[in-house]
Design a protein around this ligand. Structure first.
Ligand SMILES: Nc1ncnc2c1ncn2[C@@H]1O[C@H](COP(=O)(O)OP(=O)(O)OP(=O)(O)O)[C@@H](O)[C@H]1O
Length: 385
């Protein structure tokens, strides 16, 4: 919840042109020239990021995330297209006039300044009144949970604390947007997970638009309001974490976000909005199908491992109307809370199944066991490539 004393940090971000997105790309293209060759880094991109949104750019190394971010900041200019901030065309406007701040993995704090001085630095250069500086630094240090650490120098603080100082320093100027380029990459896993929750809380409290670059899908799913999944300079899918996880738009997205089982086959029949793909007399995949799907069409279907039930030995009753695939267990990996199985199925694809270890361990299947996999129709998803 935003407390009244935090209103000064919020104030600035709440005054954009009415209805305009915080950040907008219209037909943006970016090519680099490297040793006489053109390197296409971002291809024809249209993008609108809402006011106060926590927006992540997610994708593998080299897909164009940092380039996209740098074009928002003004460190790179598009080869074609336009960039807007709060509805204002900023294409060609230099970085220091764009009023967005960046936070990097390397905190880039001044080692000889203490926490207070590091955070106050930008305001002092802008000649803001001393009392106002004191008030704003105090307020932002409270938001990032560093009250009481004003006198510590960076070397007297942990990595997580230094990252909070860097955040406070970037937020104290009340930028229109904060751009974060893999800011948690240097922290160990536990601290990173803790900071993910913290970052989300801080963003909610200050109400400033955050654009977050990461190649870590778990991180993006945890924190974001929306995610753009990038591949080779193109946004393959843009949606909420749930949309992207539950309804991946392409094979790439299905494989990049979490684990997905992907199976293809030809439609035998369509009935009541469900398409049936048969592999043998009893092995079948049932998938909710678009109206345009016809008998004989080739479909690609994605199924998440945690949606599948694994049955040992006995074939399940088929009357449920869902999918049934028989197979042989080829790998069993015990993970404490769940057991992960790899099953070579009658559909020709190897499936991964996550089985929660809720009951006792006698239920475990072994390598070589014949098993049946079943899942409800709504857990099959037709990939829309
Ligand atoms: N200054 C440059 N000159 C030439 N090519 C560049 C330059 N900067 C980036 N590239 C190329 O543009 C493409 C996109 O790079 P970018 O840094 O945006 O990717 P990224 O998704 O941020 O990758 P990473 O996660 O590894 O940082 C890559 O093919 C990269 O090699």
């Amino acid at each position: 919840m935003t407390t009244p004393q935090h209103s000064a940090v919020r104030a600035r971000s709440a005054a954009p042109a009415a209805g305009a997105p915080a950040i907008e790309f219209v037909g943006v293209n970016k090519n680099y020239l490297s040793h006489g060759e053109t390197v296409p880094a971002v291809k024809r991109t249209d993008l609108a990021i809402g006011q106060g949104e926590f927006f992540s750019l997610l994708g593998p190394s080299g897909c164009g995330k940092t380039t996209t971010m740098r074009m928002i900041a003004g460190f790179e200019e598009p080869t074609a297209g336009k960039v807007f901030l709060d509805g204002q065309d900023v294409t060609g406007v230099s970085a220091n006039k764009r009023d967005v701040n960046m936070v990097f993995q390397s905190y880039a704090l001044f080692p000889h300044l203490n926490t207070y001085q590091n955070v106050a630095f930008g305001l002092e250069r802008k000649k803001v009144a001393k009392s106002e500086i004191g008030r704003r630094v105090g307020e932002i240090l409270e938001i990032v949970s560093l009250t009481g650490m004003e006198k510590r120098s960076p070397k007297e603080m942990s990595g997580g604390q230094q990252q909070r100082v860097a955040l406070a320093r970037a937020l104290v100027n009340r930028p229109r947007a904060l751009l974060l380029d893999e800011p948690l990459g240097a922290l160990d896993l536990k601290l990173r997970q803790q900071m993910q929750i913290e970052l989300k809380r801080i963003q909610r409290e200050v109400g400033i638009t955050f654009v977050y670059v990461t190649h870590d899908q778990g991180e993006a799913l945890t924190m974001s309001d929306r995610i753009a999944v990038m591949n080779a300079g193109v946004i393959e899918q843009l949606g909420t974490p749930r949309e992207i996880y539950e309804r991946p738009a392409s094979r790439f997205v299905a494989g990049f976000i979490g684990t997905s089982n992907i199976v293809d086959g030809h439609v035998d029949r369509v009935e009541g909005g469900l398409a049936l793909l048969s592999y043998t007399a009893q092995d079948r995949v049932v998938v909710p199908a678009a109206q345009s799907v016809r008998q004989g069409d080739k479909l690609e279907v994605s199924i998440r491992p945690e949606k599948i039930d694994l049955h040992r030995g006995v074939p399940p009753v088929q009357a449920t109307g869902g999918s049934v695939l028989s197979g042989t267990v080829t790998e069993v990996v015990y993970h404490g809370t769940s057991t992960n199985y790899t099953v070579a199925t009658a559909a020709g694809a190897d499936f991964t199944v996550f089985d929660q270890n809720a009951s006792n361990a006698d239920d475990l299947a072994d390598r070589g066991d014949r098993v049946y996999l079943t899942w409800a129709p709504q857990h099959s998803y037709m990939i829309g490539d």
